[in-house]
Design a protein around this ligand. Sequence first.
Ligand SMILES: O=C(O)CCC(=O)C(=O)O
Length: 255
Amino acid sequence: MPLTDEQLADFRTKGFVVLKDFFNNATMQRVSRCLDTIQTKQSEGNLDAKYYEISPVTGENMLVRIENIIGDHNDELSSILLSSESIDALSRILGETPILFKDKINYKLPGCREDKLHQDQAAGWGQYCDFFVTMVVAVDENRRENAAMAVLKTGNYEHRLMTEEWQPLADGESPYSREEEYAILEVDPGDVIFFDAYVPHGSPANTSQKGRRNIFLTFNRLSEGDNRARYYQDKWESYGPNKLDDARAEDSFLV
Ligand SMILES: O=C(O)CCC(=O)C(=O)O
């Protein structure tokens, strides 16, 4: 389903837009199966790079996310996600051809920590370029109960960093504490959210029994270069994947 002029205008005003039913049910069942496979299969090197943390809710070691999922190692998933409709919508938003910068699955399983309110650009992305758009594909139902994302809905934010790099926007404040300014995006499987890397967002800890998987695909304009290999090379050096037994304790802001 193409992005309408109204949706594009919405994105320009608020920094995000939700497209209902972007992928149909049958497609989302295939996507869900792909995610189950990736979750259980052994990672090869840094492909399907898994990140484990100690849950602040349950104290157990748990999978938080898997990065670097797009490529020949997951060809079915890659071709579904990078469909011509996706590229078309991203091209309209970016005003030119998009190129993938990074990609990950956030599992947000029961007990998963909060994602503090932040701007993605603050995660060191400025060394690669100044403007990114992330396409979030909802794989499971996202509800308030299972920590649906909260996104600033007023459009009242700067297209620059509002904190020092690596700093969240509001430490110690629940992402749901300012509902007059933040929309809680209760989306369904197959819905897609596009948001820019400056719009504040986050989600609380998942204290429910229901996991919710979302796929995050981040793009920049092709004219600003192919930065993915360099991004991941830098990331593997500074913050590489780990093992279940080696789960990290910190719940710092890292995207
Ligand atoms: O998965 C979520 O709820 C939020 C994740 C997030 O904010 C991010 O990865 O930038």
